[in-house]
Each structure stands twice: as C-alpha cells, then as structure tokens.
Design a binder for this molecule. Structure first.
Ligand code: MG
Length: 442
C-alpha cells in the first residue's frame, strides 16, 4: 500500500510538473529604446558606449542583424509594433503632437488587448505617443492594466507646448517631471510588476523616453566616454540588466521572452546628441537603412540558443504575430496583419512566410520595398537635406553585399527592378480594398 501511494504521489507530482511547464504561457517583455541607432551598442560595434548587460543578452540569446522598426518615426513605429500593421493602415504617417485630435483607433486590436484576452497581466511604462486628447487613445483603454509614463516625446515641452504630464493610469501625477529620474522610475515599476505577477503570464512593454533628445541620464550615469548620449544608453543597459536579473532571481527566466529593440534610427541631425547608425546610411526620418534597421536582441534562456546570430529579416511588426502565437491565441481575422510569426527564426528553423517588407515614409507613402537581399527605393528623403544619388530613381541595392547602400545597381538588374516595382503596385492595389482605421471613422 505504501509503495502504491508513493508511486501514485510521484506520478501525480510528475503530471503536475509537466502540466506547469508545458501549459504555462511565456511571459513577454519588450524593451523599446527611442532613437537608438544600429551602431550604438557594444555588440553592434560602438567603440566607446559600454553596454555589458546587452552584451550578456546577446551572449545568452539571439542577435538580429536585419531587424527593422515599422517606421522611421516615433508614432507610426509604435503603432506598427502594437498592431502588427503597416502605419498606412492607421493613417499615422509620422508623429503626433500633444494637441493632435487623433489617436489609435478604438477598433484596433493591440498586442496588449490580445495578450489580455489570453489571460496575461499587462503593463506599459514609458513613452506612449499614440494619442492623448481622448481617454480612448490612452494605454488603459488599449489593453494595458497599468501605465506610467510621458504620453509623447520628451522634447514636447513648455514653452512650445503647454505641459509635459507624467501619467499614472489615466491620471496626471506630475507636470514637467525631472527627466533624470524617468528611466529609473520606469524600471522600478517594471520590476515591481514582474514580482507581483511572477505566478501568472504577464506582458511588459517598456518604451524608454531616451536616447531621444533632450538627454537626461540619471545622476549615477555620468562618465561615459561618449558623453551624455553614452550616459543615457548605458542607463538603459543597466535597466535591461536589472530586469534580466529579476527574472533569474524569481526563477522565471526560462519562461520569459525578452526582446530589446528601438523605435527608429538615430536622430543624426542632432550631431553629438544623436546616435549612430554604424555602417548604415542616414538615420531617423529616412527610409535608408539607418532610419529603420535597428538593434534587435531576443533572449529566452533554455529556448533561444545563446550566442546565436540571425541574419534573416525580421521587424517589430512580427513581434505581434509571434507573441500572440506563443500565447496560444489567434490573430484577429477581420483585418490584414502585416507581421509574421518569427518563432521559427528564434528557434533557428526556416521561415516559410512571405519575405517582403515595405518601408513607409513621410505622407504615408511607400518609399521602398525589400525582398530577400534586394531593396528598391522609389522615393527618398533625408532630414539632412542630402540627396545621395542626385535625383536618380528608382534605386536598387543588394543589402547582403552592400548594407551601406553605396553601390546602386538598377541598370544591371532591370528584371529585379521590374519585379519589385510590381510588388509595390500590387500592395497599393490591395490596400484599397482592405479595412483601415482612420480619423474619419471616429
Ligand atoms: Mg523615436
């Protein structure tokens, strides 16, 4: 009898363990820097900015070298990350200002709403920038249980703008807060939320206020060789480190996917206060590679192989499909979703879904398309005012051979130019028949 009972107990314990491991939905954390360039981390080649925690994340996880934001500008990029859709579907071409009457449409089904429907606790701490003039536009009305942050960019300050509120939930708790405390405040809230939710699935979206200008590092971050820009990046690196440490301390690191990336390329017209796109051309605001290709690091101990390098193309739009898939729920079926489930890439398997990516620039227009290594520009723009190829269009580059977009080869490959032009026309035709959620519906 004793033997039977202990065997039964072991069997039940075994059943219990496997059901916990196999049925537990993974926690998801997205760390989203603002205006951090492709070349601004040690692991992406910066010679003086020190990012040991992000280096460790790379050593224990996967580094993407062809990872894109959804737009070269803040609002449109955030929209794409949270909906898995190209910015054109929202009508957000660029950046909302504090008094803008527009915001994220209530019909959008955000990543937070999806994960909430899958039973997740959800929180956003940081820059929102998807509308502020109606309660409907704010995080708590878009799937987040908790919010603390600035509702728009940290340079939208008095006297040009009336006020910079720090919002907790739906309430303003401070006006024009001390920005040197922001990264620490967001991090502290995230750590607290993770601790409170360690026993159930959770989603944390942490869109840092910086290194968008003005640069306000915390008091302890004051000695980077790269000056204040380096200081704020090193503070974000610290934030990443304490979040990974917390997951390890709670023993939930093997059930948590952490992704670190940036909303767009560096603001290069800000000179020393802006970052670096490394070997890529141009920066924020442009659909040259430096405007949209950003660092992308994925970490999930025990699931993602440490030190792996992923050269396949992926984007922030893909985080939508991938996260919902991992949470075990279906994509909304009543609208087009432009992202892809990239979990096969995380686990080093082949991705079979379509490999095309449209670069949306100013005015909600397609500026370029990428398929495989080929990128065709049909429009270009740079905040620097430079026209690098003296008005020539279209422009073709092979990004595998030439990530810096130096050697224009459209004359050598007319058939590829034609194929990519047709892709753009098909995409634009298809858009006409698909639902978009614009202001006029509101
Ligand atoms: Mg930005």
């Amino acid at each position: 009898m004793k033997l039977f009972l202990s065997t039964a107990l072991i069997f039940l314990l075994f059943l219990g363990c496997t059901s916990i491991d196999e049925n537990r939905k993974p926690n998801i954390i997205i760390l989203f820097a603002d205006d951090l360039g492709y070349g601004d981390l040690t692991s992406y080649g910066h010679p003086t900015i020190k990012t040991p925690n992000l280096d460790q994340m790379v050593a224990e996880g996967m580094k993407f070298t062809n990872f894109y934001s959804g737009s070269p500008a803040c609002t449109a990029s955030r929209y794409s990350l949270l909906t898995g859709r190209y910015p054109v579907r929202s009508g957000f071409a660029w950046v909302l200002v504090p008094k803008s009457p527009r915001g994220i449409h209530p019909k959008e089904y955000t990543l937070a709403e999806g994960l909430k429907d899958a039973g997740y606790a959800t929180a956003a701490y940081g820059k929102w920038h998807l509308g502020v003039t109606k309660p409907d536009y704010m995080p708590l009305q878009n799937g987040f249980d908790e919010y603390l942050g600035l509702p728009y960019s940290n340079d939208m300050l008095p006297p040009k703008w009336k006020d910079m509120p720090l919002i907790d939930g739906n309430d303003t708790i401070e006006h024009n807060p001390d920005q040197t405390l922001l990264t620490a405040k967001y991090t502290e809230r995230a750590l607290n939320f993770i601790e409170r939710n360690k026993d159930n699935p959770f989603f944390v979206y942490l869109p840092y206020a910086m290194p968008h200008v003005p640069l306000h590092p915390g008091a302890e971050f004051n000695d980077s060789e790269r000056g204040k820009y380096g200081d704020v990046v090193e503070e974000i690196d610290w934030s990443t480190g304490v979040i990974m440490d917390k997951l390890k301390e709670l023993g939930i690191e093997e059930n948590t996917l952490v992704v670190f990336t940036s909303d767009n390329g560096p603001w290069i017209i800000k000179d020393e206060r802006g970052g670096s796109s490394g070997l890529l051309r141009d920066g924020k605001g442009s659909t040259w590679e430096g405007g949209m290709r950003v660092p992308g690091i994925a970490w999930w101990p025990g699931k993602i192989k440490g030190g792996s390098l992923q050269t396949e193309r992926a984007s922030t739009l893909d985080l939508y499909n991938t996260s919902l898939k991992l949470a075990g729920i279906d994509l909304p079926g009543d609208r087009p979703i432009d992202g892809r489930d990239i979990s096969p890439l995380l686990f080093e398997k082949e991705l079979s879904e379509s490999d095309r990516f449209f670069y949306y620039g100013l005015g909600n227009k397609v500026f370029a398309v990428r398929k495989g290594p080929w990128k065709l520009h049909i429009k270009t723009y740079s905040q620097t005012g430079k026209d690098y190829f003296e008005g020539k269009l279209p422009l073709l580059f092979n990004l595998s051979v030439d990530p810096s977009e130096q050697w224009e080869i459209s004359d050598d490959h007319p058939e590829i130019v034609q194929e990519l032009q047709e892709l753009i026309v098909q995409h634009q035709e298809q858009l006409k028949s698909e639902p978009t959620y614009f202001d006029q519906d509101q």
